[in-house]
Design a protein around this ligand. Structure first.
Ligand code: PNS
Length: 157
């Protein structure tokens, strides 16, 4: 039984996140999606809201969604994660993600595997989605329906 841990802020989840989680669900026995809870960082959606969005957007049987505070590697031990999985969009992601992966391996011995994002979703980010939605732009093709609805409620036309 191999467990993949897919961590992130998911503020909010995008179709890029869901694609990476879906691919993990078909490769690994069990997938834990870990939502980082960082009280010092201002998020648009609460951890509970983000969890509800991910649960609805990722209806596969082998997925669990949970929030965590503190170090990712401590959470990985807690949920018995064998490997951390991150999506990679472009070169800019790689430099930062490599640093995190190497630090996490140093701290715990847990390896990180990278999944290249689908090319048609490579430009997507939660920040850009929030910015576009806040100015009334259409994000329906970029996020799961549950997230599009939450953004529409947050930014009424
Ligand atoms: O979606 P994001 O913001 O790119 O996710 C970043 C995340 C949550 C993976 C990273 O910030 C993280 O692991 N935070 C937990 C704190 C931690 O372990 N920091 C040391 C990383 S080497």
């Amino acid at each position: 039984m191999t467990t993949a841990l897919v961590p992130g802020s998911f503020d909010p989840p995008t179709n890029g996140h869901v694609d990476v989680i879906a691919r993990c669900a078909s490769i690994f026995d069990r997938v834990v999606v870990g939502i980082v809870i960082n009280p010092s960082k201002q998020a648009m959606f609460t951890p509970d809201e983000r969890k509800a969005m991910l649960v609805e957007a990722c209806p596969w049987e082998n997925i669990e969604v949970a929030g965590f505070e503190g170090l990712l590697v401590d959470f990985a031990r807690q949920v018995r994660g064998d490997v951390i999985v991150k999506g990679l969009r472009a070169q800019g992601d790689f430099d930062y993600e490599l640093q995190l992966a190497q630090m996490n391996r140093h701290l715990s011995g847990i390896d990180t595997m990278f999944v290249p994002t689908r090319p048609d979703l490579g430009y997507l980010s939660s920040s850009l989605v929030k910015e576009v939605a806040s100015f009334g732009g259409n994000v329906e093709e970029l996020v799961p329906p549950v997230v599009a609805k939450a953004l529409a409620d947050r930014f009424p036309a």
